[in-house]
Design a protein around this ligand. Structure first.
Ligand SMILES: O=c1ccn([C@H]2C[C@H](O)[C@@H](COP(=O)(O)OP(=O)(O)OP(=O)(O)O)O2)c(=O)[nH]1
Ligand SMILES: [Mg+2]
Length: 147
């Protein structure tokens, strides 16, 4: 069990810390910490504050992912999905939303706008080599096996 710390930023006492909405949910839902409602016009993107910062062990990262309901109903998604929160980041977690829908979308304070999934990041060492091991696939990609 890893411990992940959330720090509520001043002025956000009314918001809940990220939380799972069902027992086995993968994601912790994130609330919009906008001080007043924000309207995303079709095609517009905005960085939405969440009102908290966080810390986690170095083996972890946090991914910011869209909520499928907002995507399906309103075309609202995360432009950089999944957003990456590095373990050493201590700034406010923010959500880069974009409106891919046809209608303006209003974000109210406290609205659940995205979800955060905590993931393991394996420790790796990068080594430079002159040759890579052969495989059957080789350089084939981008649909070379057909559709
Ligand atoms: O959706 C996101 C993505 C990133 N971040 C924060 C945490 C992350 O650790 C930091 C940097 O993100 P990233 O590495 O994706 O951006 P960059 O453009 O590479 O910036 P940097 O040079 O600061 O790493 O920004 C967020 O709050 N929300
Ligand atoms: Mg970076």
């Amino acid at each position: 069990m890893f411990q992940v710390s959330f720090k509520r930023l001043p002025g956000n006492e009314d918001l809940k810390l990220p939380r799972k909405m069902s027992e086995l949910a993968a994601g912790f839902d994130l609330q919009a910490a906008v001080t007043e409602s924000v309207t995303l016009q079709p095609g517009e993107r905005q960085l939405i504050p969440t009102g908290f910062s966080m810390a986690m062990p170095g083996e972890l990262e946090a991914q910011i992912r869209p909520r499928s309901g907002l995507a399906f109903k309103h075309g609202i998604t995360c432009l950089n999905s999944p957003g990456t929160i590095d373990a050493d980041y201590r700034g406010e977690v923010k959500v880069l939303l974009i409106n891919h829908g046809q209608e303006p979308f209003v974000i109210e304070r406290g609205e659940r706008i995205a979800q955060m999934v905590i993931q393991l990041v394996p420790a790796v060492e990068i080594i430079e080599v002159d040759e890579l091991p052969d495989t059957v696939r080789g350089a084939g990609g981008f649909g070379h096996t057909g559709v």
